[in-house]
Ligand binder design. Structure first.
Ligand SMILES: Cc1cc2nc3c(=O)[nH]c(=O)nc-3n(C[C@H](O)[C@H](O)[C@H](O)COP(=O)(O)OP(=O)(O)OC[C@H]3O[C@@H](n4cnc5c(N)ncnc54)[C@H](O)[C@@H]3O)c2cc1C
Length: 552
C-alpha cells in the first residue's frame, strides 16, 4: 500500500500538503515489478506513474524497431505528457532492477496540478522538456527502414515491396526502368544490411522477422495469421498453451488489406486493417505467441496411433509436432488467367486485391477495378483520393445486390468514381507493364460495345476461393474446397462427437473464411478463432494424443 510518507520522499510531492498527499496515496496502486517486467507499453491507455524504487529502461518503437531512449530512476515520474495531450502512451517502460512504483489515474494527476502549484510547476516544466526531447528524436528518426533500388517491371521487386507494405514497414523505392530480364534489386535495411537480389524471406530475416521455429513441438500450431488465426493465438497463448502461428505472407490476412473496417464492434469510426493487425500482433506477442512470417504450412501428416501429435510440414521440409492444429488459412482471390494477356502482366500493373502501397503509383492516373463486392467498394473509395479516375467494372446490373449500402453511398458521393455495369475485361495489353485494357459491355436490349482504354492499373477483386488442396485427402471439404467441421461432417471415425469446429481428422480444427458455412467477416473470424481455443482445450483434456509440452 502506498503511504503519504512514500510520496513525501519524491520531489514532486515534497511541497504538497499532507492531507492532499494522504488522499493521493489512498488512490494509488502499489506496483512491484521484477527485472524484465513492463510498467507501461507504448500505445496503451496512459496512466501517471511515480517511480519509488529501482530503475526502468525507456523504449520507443521507431519505424518498427525498439530503441532505447534512456533510463528512469527512483523519484522520477512518467505519463503526464500523453495524459495532457489526450494520447495513448508514447513510450514503453520496462524494469531493469526490482521496481516499486505508484500508479495514478488521469483524474488524480489533474487534481494534483489543480490543487498544488508547486507540483504543477514540476509536472509542466518536465512535460515541456520531454516535448522538446521528442522533437529531437523526431528529427533524428529515419523516415524508413528499407531503401530499394529496382525496376517496376521486376516481379521480385514488387514482391518485396508488397511484403514491406503488408507488414507495415516504411520503405523508400527508387524505380529504375530496367527490363525484367536485366533487372536487379538492391535492398538496404536500417542503413547497415545490404542485400543484392534478395528473396522476400531474406528481406524478412534482415528486418528481424522470425522465420525459424524455436521449438520442434507445440500444443497448438495455427496456419494463417488473419483475424481467425490471430484471435486463436491470443486466446491460446493467454490460456497457457505453447502456440506457434505460421503465416505465409503477412499478419492480418485479408483484413490487413482493408482500408477501413467499419462494422467491427468497438470502433464506431471504423478501423484500418493495418491498425487492427498491429494491435492484434502486439496482443498475441504480449501473451508469448511465436509467429513466423514468410513461411507456409505445406502438408499435415496425420497422427499415427503411437505418435505424439500431428506432424506439420513447413515449406523447405521442416517438420514440427503439434497436439492440435488450427486451419485459419482464409481464402485467396479468384484468378482470371483465361483473359488474354492477364497471366503475363500479373504483378506488372494487373493485381489481385488492392494493396494500399499502390496508391502513389496511380496518383493522377486512371485505374480500373473489377468486382462488385465490399472489398472492391472499399478499394474504389480508397483509390479515389489518389487516382484521377477510378472505374469500377461490374458484370451484373450494379452494386445493390453485392455491396453494403454504406459503401454504395460513399461511392455515389465521389465524383471521380464511375461504375460501369454489365461490363467485363476481355483483354489486357502491354509489353512489360500494363498499358491498356479492353472491356466488353453487354447491356440488355442494347448492342454489345467494346472499348480499349489506357489504364495505369487493373485491380481484380472478383471473389475468393479456399486453397486447401495441400491438406490430407481424408480431411473432408465441400466441392469448392472449404473445410467441413462439426455438424457438417459426413465422415467421422470416433465414437465421441466432433467438436463444433473440429474437422474430420480429430485434433485438427478450422476457423474463419476457410471453414464451410462460415460468415466471411472479420468479426466472425475473430469469434470462431476465439471459440476454437475452448474446443481445443476440451480436446487436449481427452488425451487422445500424448502430451507434448516439456520444459522450454
Ligand atoms: C479488401 C477487403 C476488405 C474487407 N473488408 C471487410 C470489412 O470491412 N468488414 C468485414 O467484416 N470483413 C471484411 N473483409 C472480409 C474479412 O477481411 C475476412 O472475412 C477475414 O479477414 C477472414 O479472416 P480469416 O482469418 O479467416 O482469413 P484471412 O484474413 O484470409 O487470413 C488467412 C491467412 O492465412 C495465410 N495462409 C494461407 N494459407 C497458408 C498456409 N498454407 N500456411 C501459412 N499461412 C497461410 C494467408 O496468407 C492469410 O494471411 C474484407 C476483405 C477484403 C479482402
Amino acid at each position: 500500500m502506498i503511504t503519504s510518507d512514500d510520496l513525501a520522499q519524491i520531489p514532486l510531492f515534497a511541497n504538497v500538503e499532507e492531507t492532499e498527499r494522504q488522499r493521493l496515496a489512498r488512490k494509488a496502486a502499489d506496483l512491484r515489478l521484477v527485472p524484465g517486467e513492463w510498467l507501461a507499453r507504448e500505445g496503451e491507455d496512459a496512466r501517471f506513474f511515480v517511480l519509488l524504487e529501482g530503475e526502468l529502461e525507456i523504449l520507443k518503437n521507431i519505424v518498427g524497431q525498439f530503441r532505447n531512449l534512456g533510463q528512469a530512476n527512483a523519484g522520477e515520474f512518467s505519463g503526464e505528457t500523453p495524459i495532457f495531450m489526450g494520447a495513448p502512451n508514447l513510450i514503453s517502460l520496462r524494469a531493469l532492477t526490482p521496481v516499486r512504483a505508484a500508479r495514478f489515474e488521469r483524474q488524480q494527476l489533474q487534481e494534483l496540478v489543480r490543487d498544488s502549484p508547486s507540483a504543477a510547476e514540476i509536472v509542466f516544466s518536465t512535460m515541456t522538456s520531454r516535448v522538446s526531447t521528442a522533437q529531437t528524436v523526431a528529427r533524428a528518426t529515419p523516415s524508413s527502414r528499407a531503401y530499394l533500388i529496382g525496376s517496376k517491371y521486376d516481379t521480385n521487386c514488387r514482391a518485396v515491396r508488397s511484403f514491406l507494405a503488408a507488414n507495415r514497414i516504411q520503405y523508400n523505392w527508387k524505380p529504375t526502368l530496367d527490363e525484367p530480364e536485366n533487372a536487379s534489386l538492391s535492398v538496404e535495411i536500417d542503413r547497415t544490411i545490404k542485400l543484392l537480389n534478395p528473396t522476400v524471406r531474406e528481406v524478412a530475416e534482415a528486418l528481424g522477422y522470425k522465420t525459424v521455429p524455436r521449438h520442434d513441438h507445440y500444443d497448438l500450431i495455427i496456419a494463417g495469421a488473419g483475424p481467425a488465426g490471430m484471435a486463436a493465438a491470443v486466446y491460446g497463448a493467454s490460456e497457457g498453451l505453447r502456440v506457434l502461428v505460421v503465416e505465409r505472407f503477412a499478419a492480418g490476412g485479408q483484413a490487413g488489406t482493408s482500408s477501413r473496417i467499419e462494422n467491427y464492434l468497438g470502433f464506431p469510426a471504423g478501423i484500418s486493417g493495418d491498425e487492427l493487425t498491429e494491435r492484434a500482433l502486439k496482443q498475441a506477442k504480449h501473451f508469448g505467441t511465436e509467429i513466423l512470417v514468410k513461411r507456409s504450412i505445406e502438408a499435415i501428416h496425420e497422427a499415427e496411433q503411437t505418435d505424439a501429435g500431428h506432424c506439420v510440414e513447413l515449406d523447405g521440409g521442416d517438420l514440427l509436432r503439434a497436439r492440435a492444429v488450427l486451419l485459419a488459412t482464409g481464402v485467396a482471390w479468384h484468378r482470371m488467367d483465361d483473359v488474354p494477356g492477364m497471366e503475363q502482366l500479373h504483378g506488372r500493373g494487373v493485381l489481385y486485391g488492392a494493396g494500399r502501397h499502390e496508391a502513389y503509383a496511380v496518383a493522377g492516373k486512371r485505374v480500373f477495378l473489377v468486382g462488385g463486392g465490399n472489398s472492391a467498394g472499399q478499394a474504389a473509395v480508397f483509390f479515389s483520393s489518389y487516382a484521377a479516375e477510378v472505374v469500377l467494372l461490374v458484370r451484373g446490373p450494379g452494386l445493390a445486390h453485392s455491396m453494403s449500402q454504406y459503401l454504395i453511398d460513399q461511392i455515389a458521393h465521389k465524383p471521380n468514381i464511375r461504375v460501369e455495369p454489365f461490363t467485363q475485361v476481355t483483354a489486357v495489353h502491354g509489353e512489360n507493364y500494363l498499358k491498356q485494357i479492353t472491356t466488353t459491355t453487354r447491356c440488355p436490349n442494347l448492342p454489345e460495345t467494346t472499348q480499349t482504354r489506357d489504364a495505369a492499373a487493373l485491380f481484380l477483386m472478383i471473389g475468393a476461393t479456399a486453397k486447401t488442396h495441400w491438406l490430407p485427402s481424408t480431411l473432408e471439404r465441400n466441392p469448392k474446397g472449404y473445410i467441413c467441421t462439426g455438424r457438417d461432417l459426413t465422415t467421422w471415425a470416433l465414437t465421441r462427437d466432433p467438436f463444433a469446429l473440429e474437422t474430420s481428422i480429430p485434433g485438427i480444427f478450422a476457423a474463419g473464411d476457410v471453414r464451410h458455412n462460415s460468415i466471411k467477416r472479420v468479426a466472425s473470424g475473430v469469434g470462431e478463432g476465439s471459440m476454437s481455443i475452448s474446443f481445443i482445450h476440451e480436446y487436449l483434456a481427452l488425451n487422445e494424443t500424448p502430451a507434448l509440452t516439456t520444459t522450454a
